[in-house]
Structures are given as C-alpha cells and as structure tokens.
Design a protein around this ligand. Structure first.
Ligand code: NAD
Length: 469
C-alpha cells in the first residue's frame, strides 16, 4: 500500500474525489501524509438529500437485509484489517497493536448489533385492547466522531443506526479521516446508495449537520465544550441526541493492593493511546500506606515506556494526535512544578508531537492538572487517608464518565464503586468495555449511552400501537 492512494468521500453511493482537497498530517513527523477531499456545504446538502431519499426503503427493508449488510461491512473490515491498521497508525499516531484493537473491535460491534432484536413487545392483551410497544427508526443520523479512535467509534454509531433502520452520515474528525474514507470506498457497493455517506471536513461541517432540519439524530462523541454547542444547535429542530463527552476518571487505590502487581495495570490504563482516551484513568487517588511505593513503581513504568513512531513494532506509545492538543498539553506541563513534583517525564520533543509519559506526585486539587480533563500522557498522583474522603474528592468533578476502585476486598470494592458518580464503575479494572455493557456519562460527561440494548434504543423512537377490541 502506498501513501499516494487517492481518497474519496462517499455520497449517495458514489465515490467523490471532491472539488477541494485538504492535507492530513502524520503526527509522528508533522509531515503531510496525504491529501483527501474536503466536503463543501453543497456536498453536505447532497449527502443529506441522499440519506433522506434512501431512508424509506431502508426503513422498510427486511431486518434480514440490514443484518446481512452489517455482517458484510464487518467482513470487509476484517478482510482489509492490515491496510486499515496502517492508515489508523499513520493518521492517528498509535502503535499498530492499538490500531489492530480498532480493526478487531469494529467488526465485533457491527456483528453484535446485526444480531439485535427489535421486534414489538406486547404490553397488554385482554378483552378490552391489545397494546404493543414498537421501536421505529428516527430517520437520518449524523455520526460525529473524534480523533482518538477514528474507525471503531464510527462503527459504534454505524451499527445501531443501520440495524434500527436509519440512514447515516459519518463525519470523521478533520485530523483523522483516512481510515474511515477507506472504509467508505470498500463498502460503497455493499450498501444501497445514500444509506451510508462519509463526509471528511476541515472543521466546518459539524455545525452544518447539527443545525440541519434534515437530520433527525446526532450521535456525537467529543469534548464537553463541543457537546454543549451541539446541544444548543439541536434545539431548533429538536434533533435527538446522544452525547459521549469528556471524562476525568478517578482510580481509588486502597493500601491492601499488591503494589508490584497493580502498578503496571494502573500505568497501562492511564497511558493507553498516549492518554488520549475519554475513559482512561486521569486522577489516581492512592492511600497513604502505599503512596510512596506506588509512586515509585509507576515512575519506573513511565521510565521503561517506549515512545516512538507507531509503525515501529517496538513502540508502545505514539505521539499526541495533533498540534492543538500538543500545545494544550505543553501548556499544562509548564505549570506542573508549581503544583507538585514531577517524578517521571515532563518533556516534549519533535519532530512529531511527542510527550514523555509524565507523573506528578504530591499534588492536590484546585489546579487544571487535576481538575481539567488532560487528553495526553500526563497524570496526577494524589494521596488520601480515609476512604470517604477519597470518594468525595473523586466525585467532586463536573465529569462523571468512569471510575475505578483497586483493592483485594471485592465486597468493599463494590460498595465504593457504587458510590462513584459515574456512568461506569469498575473494581480492579478500568476502561473495560464490551458490546453488551452500556457505557455513557453522568453529569457533564454526556447524555445517553452507547452499546447494548440501551444503546440501540437511542437510535429509535417508541411508538405505542393500541388496538381496541
Ligand atoms: P471535539 O469536540 O473537538 O471534536 C469532536 C468532533 O466534533 C470532531 O469531528 C469535530 O470536527 C466535531 N465538531 C467540532 N465542533 C463542532 C460543532 N460546533 N458542532 C458539531 N460538531 C463539531 O473533540 P476531539 O478533540 O476530537 O476529541 C477529544 C474529546 O473527545 C475529549 O474531550 C474526549 O474526552 C472526548 N471523547 C469522549 C468519548 C466518550 O465516549 N465519552 C470518547 C472519545 C473522546
């Protein structure tokens, strides 16, 4: 495969080379990787029109046809996994092993939703009336995707949208459109024209979709700030929304844990994807009895971590994905010595947007390093004595995506987990996602859930059908 592949958008079943092109940067060297089409407002209108036109036939198609289409898309990803992994690594920066997680989870989620049941439920059936609960598709879904997991997050939305009978527009992030565009090229002949459209943009198309009366639902994953803007613009046409937003997950580590065994797990779950995961561990609350030992063990992990270009098989951690994010992390790093003691990392280097895995100890709340979501490889190690105090501090955040408790006492662990104000609460693990387990945010981490039956239902409207006898 060559970097000079010519990319196309997918609009109304046609592969469109586009009237405008935009560069895509490789975050490992800051060079232009390639160019791809940049959707214009006219392209957006054409895609929405095509999705609207395709909707009635797709909505009324037999469930079996929709199932087969999802399995065919999943087959396509599996058959082309190696190529897709390479594009993900080149555009996103993550190591090939991380890209392989995307190309294995994407078909798994599509196949999971392909087998979901949406048949009506009987609510009442007696001499007076028969009442049934039906789930109807909503119409046209806009799937707006961030840059940290470009391919798999598009599929999180595509699977439930299509199986429920909606048509779909996927808008990748402006900095990571390539794997999604390749997927569009591969599936163009597998789906009826207009059912799936893919619109790469320079950052201007999101607001066109969220304010558009032709879009019935927006499934958005991204930052909390953008989520608010999406919600505001959805008001006019009362678009249905699923918002998967930012997180500042706490891990509460009790002093009965085996430090040597747990430190590598905590490190991996904090720094996975170079810290650019909504649901990674961001704040580590460590009980006093093991605080020093745990800080040392985590710092050793950080020093051993191999940073580099994602195509190098030795690389464990890639760069931060884009310049804007890199500069935001650099700014936070500058403040670190004022608020705590940097015990590993602390430096950035280039070319490429590389940030050493950084750990800050003896730090408390009340500064952006702890209070704000850091979307990069910088983590705070906070000391606590009392469990109630740790829970209160973990919950004292506008975010509520995930949280975890680490202890050998599973009963106590569960009790603490149940007191966390978060959509997911784990014991002795973190970021443990599976298609049959819903995930979503409490508080300002989001509205609605993805995955599982509850996630599928977000792409439907209830219709009560009541027949008098
Ligand atoms: P972002 O909010 O900047 O962008 C996300 C997407 O929204 C992009 O495709 C972008 O082009 C689009 N967009 C930007 N402005 C828009 C607008 N006004 N209207 C509509 N769309 C618009 O987020 P990002 O920087 O790409 O991703 C990082 C953020 O995403 C982090 O905060 C992270 O926590 C969050 N995230 C959340 C989850 C989750 O499931 N909760 C998963 C991954 C990432």
């Amino acid at each position: 495969m060559q970097n000079n592949h010519k990319f196309h958008a997918l609009i109304n079943g046609e592969l469109v080379s586009g009237t405008q092109q935009m560069p895509v940067i490789n975050p490992s060297n800051e060079e232009i990787l390639t160019y791809c089409p940049q959707a214009t407002p006219e392209d957006v209108e054409r895609a929405i029109g095509a999705a609207r036109k395709a909707w009635p036939a797709w909505r009324d198609a037999p469930m079996e046809q929709r199932r087969q289409t999802l399995h065919a898309i999943a087959d396509c990803i599996e058959e082309n996994a190696e190529e897709l992994q390479r594009w993900i690594t080149l555009e996103q920066g993550k190591p090939l092993a991380g890209a392989a997680v995307e190309t294995s989870q994407a078909p798994a989620i599509l196949r999971y939703f392909a087998e979901m049941d949406l048949s009506p439920r009987t609510l009442q059936d007696d001499e007076r009336q028969r009442a049934e609960l039906h789930r109807r598709p909503l119409g046209v879904v806009a799937a707006i995707v961030p840059w940290n997991f470009p391919l798999v997050m598009a599929c999180y939305k595509l699977g439930p949208a299509l199986i429920a009978g909606n048509t779909c527009l996927i808008k990748p992030s402006p900095t990571t459109p390539l794997a999604t565009l390749r997927l569009g090229e591969m599936i163009a002949d597998l789906v009826p024209p207009g059912v799936v459209n893919i619109l790469p943009d320079g950052g201007d198309v999101g607001p066109l979709l969220t304010g558009h009366a032709g879009i019935n639902k927006v499934s958005f994953t991204g930052s909390t700030a953008t989520g608010r803007a999406v919600m505001r613009s959805a008001a006019d046409s009362l678009q249905r929304l699923t918002l998967e937003l930012g997180g500042n997950d706490a891990a509460i580590v009790l002093d009965d844990v085996d430090v040597d065994a747990v430190a590598p797990q905590l490190f991996a779950l904090a720094f996975v994807n170079s810290g650019q995961v909504c649901m990674s561990i961001k704040r580590l609350y460590i009980q006093s009895g093991i605080y020093d030992r745990m800080c040392d063990a985590l710092a050793e992990q950080a020093r051993d971590a191999k940073l580099g270009e994602g195509l190098d098989p030795e690389t464990q951690y890639g760069p931060v994905q884009n310049r804007q994010q890199f500069e935001a992390v650099q700014k936070l790093l500058e403040q670190a010595p004022q608020h705590g003691r940097v015990i590993a990392g602390g430096n950035t280097y280039g070319p490429g947007y590389f940030v050493e895995p950084t750990l800050i100890r003896d730090i408390e709340e009340g500064n952006p390093l702890v209070d704000e979501e850091i979307f990069g490889p910088v983590r705070s190690l906070l000391r606590f004595d009392d469990i109630d105090e740790a829970i209160a501090r973990a919950n004292n955040s506008p975010y509520g995506l995930g949280g975890s408790v680490w202890t050998q006492d599973l009963t106590l662990g569960k009790q603490i987990a149940c007191r966390l104000e978060s959509g997911s609460a784990w014991v002795n693990q973190h970021f443990a996602m599976a298609p049959h387990i819903p995930f979503g945010g409490h508080k300002q981490s989001g509205i609605g859930v993805e995955f599982a039956e509850a996630g599928l239902h977000e792409y439907t409207a209830i219709q009560s059908v009541v027949i008098a006898k």
